[in-house]
Design a protein around this ligand. Structure first.
Ligand code: AMP
Length: 371
């Protein structure tokens, strides 16, 4: 899970799907215990409660009826306190046990309205259940019978709750946060370590632009451009393309993405010269490298991986063990020293690159989230 943007605001992950599911199950169990000898009418307060109710009734093991009413009381991030409308309550509830299911109770204004409305309905009993509850802001002297999760006074969205109409479709809960800082990361490691695979996943997750210098070169080679022809003479042998050429190309690609949130550089820098050029270039745009995240995998595993990839990748430099060994040689003599370059700036983070793809993404995300 990562930060999401809704309208002008940013929200960070707060309560996971699993924790919500546990709370819903707990509520269904508690209410079931109290109401199992009759058929209660569950009344969901729309819109926010729809997801909660759908999950709740599936966990409720006994007979029940379900109805919905609408009490719109939210405008933006502040509870306005004015309930604007009540729609949908046309069922006769006399003598029935009614359980109001709320997605969230904060100030209690909505709850008070509900108590008012039900005062003259001659119900047998009225019970209140809420998935989320904010004890710090609840000001009313009203009873809440069942509480799923108590939270501090933070503005939350997701799992049915919205911010100005959107955000309800997220299956977990997010809380309001400040705008994330621009992120530029270097995904680092020897050939075949999984940089490309992980970069593709991380770029989606963090809304970053992925620049793989190897991919850019290969695309030029395919189109047989002048740059492609030049690069091919180095790449096919497993040698590095000269710095001058690579740096110029990289600057061109970065400049094309004016509105990027940040970049994942994959396969760049590969020499100290390139690292210095990148620093200067970013600095001139008021930016910096957030960190170098290095995937660590034993070399033995990598050679086998690359030969395997060579069977389908169509890459000349993946198909011959000597070329692969030359790429490692280039890496260990010219590129690996960059670890020290970033370590000295406290920007180096090593991550175990052995395991399931999703596991490795999680490890990388942990580093990224803390940058
Ligand atoms: P990759 O796809 O990252 O494995 O890169 C494939 C090949 O492209 C490398 O072996 C180099 O020949 C060339 N290349 C990619 N990035 C760079 C770079 N930053 N500097 C020099 N050569 C590069």
């Amino acid at each position: 899970m990562s930060i999401i943007k809704l309208h002008d605001k940013f929200f960070k992950p707060y309560i996971s799907k699993d924790i919500i599911a546990e709370a819903v199950k707990k509520l269904a169990k508690q209410i079931g215990k109290d109401c199992k000898n009759e058929t209660p009418v569950f009344i969901g307060i729309l819109n926010g409660s729809f997801m909660f109710i759908a999950d709740f009734v599936r966990k409720y093991k006994f007979n029940c009826e379900v109805s919905f009413v609408k009490l719109a009381s939210y405008e933006g991030t502040n509870s306005t306190g004015n309930i604007k409308e009540l729609v949908g309550l046309n069922q006769d509830l006399e003598g029935r046990t009614v359980v109001i299911l709320e997605d969230i109770i904060d100030t209690g204004n909505t709850l008070q309205q509900i108590y008012e409305i039900f005062k003259d309905k001659k119900v047998k009993q009225l019970k209140i259940a809420t998935l989320f509850y904010k004890p710090d802001v609840f000001k009313k002297d009203l009873k809440i019978d069942y509480i799923g999760i108590s939270i501090p006074d933070v503005f939350i969205v997701g799992y049915g709750l919205d911010y100005d109409g959107i955000g309800r479709n997220h299956s977990s809960i997010y809380q309001l946060t400040t705008e994330p800082k621009f992120k530029n990361i270097l995904l680092f490691g020897p050939p075949g370590v999984g940089k490309g695979t992980q970069a593709d996943l991380l770029k989606e997750k963090y809304n970053l632009v992925h620049i793989s210098t190897g991919d850019v070169f290969r695309s030029h080679m395919k189109k047989e451009t002048k740059l492609g022809k030049l690069a091919k003479s180095y790449i096919d042998k497993g040698n590095l393309v000269p710095d001058e050429v690579t740096i110029k190309m990289l600057k061109g690609v970065v400049t094309k993405h004016k509105n990027a949130n940040g970049f994942i550089f994959d396969g760049f820098p590969r020499t100290t010269e390139q690292a210095k050029a990148l620093d200067l270039f970013l600095e001139s745009h008021g930016q910096t490298i957030g960190g170098m995240i290095a995937l660590e995998v034993p070399t033995k595993l990598l050679i086998a991986r690359l030969l395997e990839r060579g069977k389908t990748s169509g890459r000349v430099d993946d198909q011959d063990e000597n070329k692969i060994l030359n790429r490692f040689n280039e890496y260990f003599t010219k590129t690996e020293i960059l670890k020290d370059y970033y370590k000295s700036q406290n920007k180096y983070f090593g991550v175990n690159g052995v395991g399931e793809i999703s596991e490795i993404t999680e490890r990388l995300s942990k580093v990224l989230d803390n940058l």
